[in-house]
Design a protein around this ligand. Structure first.
Ligand SMILES: Cc1cc2nc3c(=O)[nH]c(=O)nc-3n(C[C@H](O)[C@H](O)[C@H](O)COP(=O)(O)OP(=O)(O)OC[C@H]3O[C@@H](n4cnc5c(N)ncnc54)[C@H](O)[C@@H]3O)c2cc1C
Length: 507
């Protein structure tokens, strides 16, 4: 490493400090901008006008596209992903200025919204009416469109499945300029092919999502474990408490299950139940700016033993926002320090997109070579083997464990999983590998092979080095390819998923 590069990497906190107010004001700018856009054009009745504009751009592509593929015009650095997205430079970009919540139907229990609505905004709008979507991915800036086309899950997913499982209806503009809708019963092939299609079947203009009544607090139970076997036993027991019901909540069931492994042998398994009240003296408003970062707070239970507390539901849903799981400390190593939190904690979270932009501009790729940001899913029965494997390969801790019910739509269904396991576990690896002589590409390929050999799959927001054959071995693309063929102009208009999301495919 050159001396300058070493300086940049070792003193990155200096950049991070300057970045903190920039990120804060930048977020305010985007907040005010979206308010202005909404003020100017907001109104559910204007939805059709906005869809017409998407349609017009697609029709223009047919005349002026010059053989280019289409994609959304959203700047690549705004995407919550580690990928170096380069395809947009050469593509025909279509503006999707759709950021409105169109209808909250309390009687029929759905919310209809446009794709650029963020998770945070959707949650706040529903909360005001006493509702929530059953799955609230923890990063507030994620967009509904990104979650539909990309994929998502949360610690309630052991009950409700992946993000696509709470989707009831999609509205899309297709490559021929037509507007279509699909549900599980109507146009169902398209409906089932949308999740994880990464915008390669059409442009999403609206989605109907299931909503459920919101309870104001979560009763959180922390169970520390001190060996890998104990972690597996507790995690599997708690996960399996409810895998069958969709909406009925039994008091003995867990509404939420997640695990954080701090080392191979130490972890804390957390189970949550949504409740109306809290026991006095046990309320933790963990969303307040000076409060310890969630994973740091969780770690204390390894010393103190099992515990119970009550958390406001909003604070709970966005618990990983400020520390961005455990990635913020890479930029601000002292960010968790109590003085820093009291003085500057209110400036967090960092804007992920801005951090990504600065990293891409200032930090050369080799400096982040041993940085791992990957999610792999495995059927529950393969979890222990997977943890042992990742320990040997990357030794990145903490590890996030999040169970998801395997349901009828999307890639989990399309996986070549012979085990027919009803629960899959997302294993989130975020951080630097301490392994000496760590070879990023070689290790990633080894991890991808391990996933393919063990009924697993890779989160496609992350970098993948699989060849197309390996990709098709991991995912069953038959329905997706059939739908692409059947939709007019689709194959000319959009690249295949593999060509969009993989490093080799993008070359
Ligand atoms: C460290 C880390 C942790 C994460 N943790 C979680 C987690 O806990 N839970 C979770 O659910 N996810 C998590 N994610 C992943 C995240 O869900 C995905 O990256 C998500 O797809 C990105 O959403 P986005 O809003 O940034 O969408 P984008 O990246 O902008 O979009 C995703 C894809 O959808 C396409 N698309 C978007 N809108 C449209 C549209 N209107 N029409 C057609 N195509 C469209 C885009 O072209 C792109 O291909 C994590 C990611 C990281 C980096």
């Amino acid at each position: 490493m050159s001396t300058l590069l070493e300086f940049i990497v070792s003193q990155r906190w200096l950049f991070a400090i300057f970045l903190l107010p920039i990120s804060f004001f930048y977020d305010i700018y985007w907040y005010l901008r979206s308010k202005w856009v909404l003020y100017q054009g907001s109104a559910p009745r204007k939805h059709q006008e906005r869809v017409d504009f998407v349609q017009k751009q697609v029709l223009d592509w047919q005349k002026f596209g010059d053989g280019r593929k289409m994609c959304t015009a959203r700047p690549t650095w705004m995407s919550i992903s580690q990928q170096k997205i380069t395809y947009k430079d050469k593509a025909y970009r279509v503006q999707i200025n759709l950021m409105d919540i169109l209808e909250i139907n309390e009687e029929k229990k759905y919310v209809r919204c446009e794709p650029m609505v963020s998770v945070q905004r959707l949650f706040e709008a529903l909360q005001a009416k006493g509702f929530t979507v059953p799955i609230v991915p923890e990063i507030g800036d994620l967009t509904i469109g990104g979650l539909v086309m990309g994929g998502g899950l949360e610690s309630t997913s052991h009950k409700y499945g992946l993000w696509q499982n709470i989707c009831l209806k999609y509205e899309l503009v297709l490559a021929d300029g037509s507007i279509t809708t699909c549900t599980r019963d109507e146009n169902s092939d398209l409906f089932y092919a949308i999740p994880w299609s990464y915008g390669t079947l059409g442009f999403l203009t609206a989605v109907d999502l299931l909503i459920i009544p919101l309870k104001p607090y979560v009763k959180l139970v922390y169970q520390p474990t001190y060996s890998l076997q104990e972690t597996m036993d507790v995690f599997i027991r708690e996960t399996k408490k409810d895998v069958t019901k969709l909406e009925v909540v039994d008091e003995n069931d867990n509404d939420s299950v997640e695990g954080i492994m701090f080392t191979k042998d130490t972890a804390v398994v957390m189970t949550g139940t949504f409740v109306d009240n809290y026991e006095s003296g046990k309320l933790n408003r963990m969303g307040l700016w000076y409060k310890p970062w969630f994973y740091k707070h969780v770690e204390t239970y390894l010393k103190s033993g099992p515990g119970v507390e009550y958390v406001p539901t909003q604070d709970f849903f966005f618990r990983h926002n400020k520390p961005f799981y455990w990635l913020t400390h890479i930029w601000v190593p002292f960010g968790h320090n109590v003085i820093f939190r009291y003085l500057f904690g209110w400036l967090l979270p960092y804007n992920f997109g801005l951090l990504k932009k600065i990293r891409e501009a200032c930090v050369p790729e080799e400096a982040t070579n041993n940085m791992v940001v990957q999610d792999f899913g495995f059927p529950l029965g393969y979890l222990k083997k997977a943890i042992e494997f990742f320990h040997e390969q990357v030794e990145v801790y903490p590890i996030w464990l999040c169970p998801a019910k395997a349901m009828d739509t999307g890639p989990v269904n399309a996986l070549k999983d012979e085990s027919k396991e009803s629960i899959h576990i997302d294993v989130g690896l975020y951080g630097y590998s301490p392994k000496p002589d760590y070879n990023a590409d070689k290790t990633l390929k080894t991890m991808e092979k391990f996933a393919r050999d063990n009924a697993g799959y890779q989160g496609l927001y992350a970098e993948t080095l699989m060849t197309k054959e390996e990709f098709m071995e991991m995912f069953d693309g038959s329905l997706y390819l059939k739908v692409r063929k059947s939709l007019p102009l689709c194959e000319e208009a959009f690249p295949e998923v593999y060509d969009k999301v993989s490093k080799l495919g993008r070359k």
